[in-house]
Design a protein around this ligand. Sequence first.
Ligand SMILES: COCC(O)(O)CCCCCNCCCN
Ligand SMILES: [Zn+2]
Length: 667
Amino acid sequence: MGTALVYDDEMTKYKLLWVDPVCEPEVPERLQVSHQALVRSGLAGCCVPVPVREATDEEILLVHSEEYLEGVKKTPFMDLEDLMAFTQQYGDVYFHPNIYHCAKLAIGATLQLVDSVMTGKVRNGMALVRPPGHHSQTSQANGFCVFNNVAIAAQYAKKHHRAKRVLIVDWDIHHGQGIQYCFEDDPSVLYFSWHRYEHQSFWPNLRESDFDSVGSGKGAGFNINVPWNQVGMGNSDYLAVFFHVLLPVAYEFGPDLVLISAGFDSAIGDPEGLMCATPDIFAHLTHLLMNLAGGKVCAVLEGGYNLTSLAQSVCQTVQTLLGDPPPHPANLGGPCESALESVHSARSVHKKYWSCLQHAAAPFPEEPSTKTCRPAQQDGSQGPQSNGGGEAQKEAIVWPEPLQRDAPSVRTALVLPDAVACADGCERFSPAEGPDSMATAGLRKHFLKESEDGVNVKLLYNITALVGQMEKNEIRNGLALVPDVSMATTLLTSTSLSKRVLVVWVGDGLVPAQVLEDEKTLVVHISSTAPHEAQSKYYVPITLKQGCGDTVGLMQAALGLLLPLGYQYAPGLVLLVRLPGCRAREDLWLQLTGLLQGLAAGHTLVLVQENETASVGITASCLLGNAAPSLGSLAAPGPEDVESFERLRLRLQTDWPLLQTTAPDKR
Ligand SMILES: COCC(O)(O)CCCCCNCCCN
Ligand SMILES: [Zn+2]
């Protein structure tokens, strides 16, 4: 299924008609440069174009009041003086004779996107809209917003598409207080927002934007605020919040639709955000959400005022929604101390609502750290420091153009015993030339007992050739059914040309010593027993008391331990190995297969024992880019598992700082 792109240049036809420095950044060019970038890069041509429409009154009234709507309806007929007077009653927003029309199109575009995704016409999509929405409230416009596009979309999805649980991820750098107010007591909508806060000194300066606003009544726990109390936050800070706050809760919530309030003022270069995260981070944030809700993800543009990073970030987002391989994660360090405080605070206040956080460290009194985050500037220069007035330094902030993300001509190749049928959409891998005598001798000498017949030599040669083509980016990913996954793993790690190979070893069974000793591998071993004492930085045993059949434990271990390790390690190749007798549930296995494709530019090879032919079709489907089926809402992970995860985190986080969830001096 495809990716929808909803856009109409009619929404560029309103602008600020008077002098108001606050509203200056919200210009029509924001939409033009975003759409132009998608067209020029060829991404727009890969999307399914979906027309906009005007929202109906009924749809607007899902969130807004009659008197507010009646007031806005009058604005097309107002002269400049009346428009300015009308605007005066609201904050940080402006009206224009055509803004009501555009605001109805912005909602309509969003609802067209929701229809396309919820009816299965497309898998996911993006709506490029203005005016944005997340600040507007029942009876007022605010922060460049007239109607709350995303809040209306959530209500609409519940009403017209029987959505039971909607996740809203608001990565705009401002707090979408309008959305928070709308769903304050509603447990069917989980609202997550990070936002520049600086201890309430940043706009909109609301006490209720802090981490302790968790929702009220039945909605308690369903509002998650992560305040950024310093500027200069970077890629590691953003990923740490996804791994340790948003994703564990999102998977426990189990949404059937994900709406992204996709504001890109959280990207480097933005005059409002003053953050340092680079545009490619949005490829990873998008990817990490794409296996929720069976892949039903709708991204809706909110803010973003640096026309260069806005356009780049929009392209990174759409390219990921299209299924293109993600970029290699930039050199990720650990989150800065202030970010860790925010992560810790959010986890602490939510531990009583979400079982995945129940063992999160206890709340600590909020004494803000004074250390400033080191900026993620590429040249190591000081990042932008807000000097009180929120003014960035005068000289231009520069960052590298995001790297090309070339999709190999072959997406998924399968190495299968001849008797096993190839899954549709995939290619059975059988290189033209077989192993030459040298290769055969080598394989025989190291990997095969003399008795082995020729079939295995060819098969082993094929998987090394497949990995070779993956590492040359001629093939993106693959699945191999092999007689012995241990021997295959040993062979592949020893012949791989990658500098780093992540081996995800799932099931009870020893990891071959040669793999453990290979200095270019990181082995994450998920099993019911911790088989090896030799625990080094590069061998991470994750034990699940109930074994890999424990879907909750395995999922939470993947989110809070495996993914941070993988992103920090930044491998060139990922081997996902399913050991014989591994009882990981099929849908969980697909979640792993889907999520791990965010690493190594999607070069994932799944190794399965050859008698397990049942999983070939669904694993291949996931490798082809189809979203893993939703796990539904998750139950509580076993307390002893969470304790062992925490112990492991404490032991490893010095070597792997992306594992941290608490500021150093708070442990
Ligand atoms: C959904 O709207 C997108 C947005 O969140 O980016 C809007 C930001 C409004 C920023 C207003 N600045 C006021 C500064 C007052 N000293
Ligand atoms: Zn914003």
